[in-house]
Design a protein around this ligand. Sequence first.
Ligand code: GDG
Length: 487
Amino acid sequence: MRSSGGNVKLVIVSNRLPVSVVQRDGAYEIREAVGGLATAVRSFLRAVEGGKALGLSEVVWVGWSGLRAEAETEEVRGRLREMGLVTVPLAGEEVNLFYEGFCNSTLWPLFHGLIVYTVFEGRFWDAYVRVNQKFAEVVLPLVEPGDIVWVHDYHLMLLPAIIRDAAPDAAVGFFLHIPFPPAEVFQLMPPPWRSAILDGVLGADLVGFHVHEYVNNFLRSVAKFLGYKAEAGAVYAGRRKVKVGAFPISIDFDFFYNSSLREDVAAMIKEFRQRLRGLKIVFSIDRLDYTKGNLNRLRAWERFLKENPEWRGKATFIMVVTPSRTGVPQYEAMKREIEREVGRINGELGEVDWTPVVYIYRFIPTPTLLALYNVADVALITPLRDGMNLVAKEYVASRRNCTGVLILSETAGAAHELLQALIVNPNDEGGVAAAIKRALTMSEEEQCRRIEAMQERIRQHDVVRWAVDFIHALAEAHLEAQEAAQP
Ligand code: GDG
């Protein structure tokens, strides 16, 4: 990699661009995309002034726009290009088989350990191979020797090896935003696919995961299924050495910490407080997804209210669910089940002047989200499994007044860092109900002690540190690999 102040370009590659393009009444609207990856990488780029602060000459982001290829016009491509975004057009069939198929019906559930949801279909795999190749065809013409290519997430696990073969002088990094499962779970994947996936990822100079547990799972799979030597943060693949490490993703701490100082947010906080009339607020927000544990959460809330009737009328659970992956059948079914449960609980326990669960199913604007983080007395974050979970960090960072309690699943990556949260098992209904009670009755002194300690952790390990640490480690790994390749 060229050293500093030069003309090193950073090419970020992810399945989705950080914007969504939607077609409405013949016109195209470009909106910010929801989701952890887009939020994190966008915050990092904002903080480093689009890469200038790191001495990068240019940052280009390659991904799918969300439009079917048929609908993507030259005008849209031009508008995106001006924003540094290059699209990979996907045809309707590819969206079905690659995105909704292999990505969201095979890799997503398997990697989260939800084996019963996992579908293994040859035509999904074939589409995965084709689309990874298609991404390579868009990425490769942009890459010059010395550039950095940073490939993100489970949609593109074959891409690092394709890029390495065609552009050996580029530094290639891969980061997985979801858990890497234990080898016994990964073993369920048909052998030719699982070997191709591991070899694909190992095309990178550096492979990053959120926490050590995923690093170890990956190293075990590599040793078990490929027979490579894998130890102490590295894989020896023939003559190549690939570095593997933990890089916990994070948030723009100051953005959340300072949110209550913003006029628009402050006004909304005041309005919410008036409208909520002293009710204690328990809050959660997630994309609609079976990994996020909304049903378990609702049942734990119900159990809390049944076991502690004195809290009825005094606390409300605001559960925001953001539409996501609307084309995958399990998601539609889960939405219906959440709606049924919310209706049942409100019907059984509600009063004319009190609703046990306030359920919001739509995307909420960022200022509203910031205001909700500020008014929530408790954040109830109970995914069944989650790579990291940025919402937990955002809530903690928003609590400038040093109050608030975070209840967090032990099965979220964030639990490895946010040690002062009330840690629960999402399937332990009684344990979650007890944690809610403990949170609602915790002294302000204890709340502050816990919040401060967690804020310190996030302040020190923010999103810029995540990305900069990764990019520096990548530069080093690439240099080492180049030296090792010298005859
Ligand atoms: C994946 C991994 C990992 C959500 N709804 C709204 C909204 N959001 C924002 C949140 C947060 C982000 O989206 C969600 O991030 P998470 O990390 O919680 O979850 P995933 O989308 O599943 O992300 C995850 C992450 O990648 C990063 O590596 O942590 O484990 O699954 O920033 O605030 N934002 C607004 N309105 C919404 O309605 N404004």
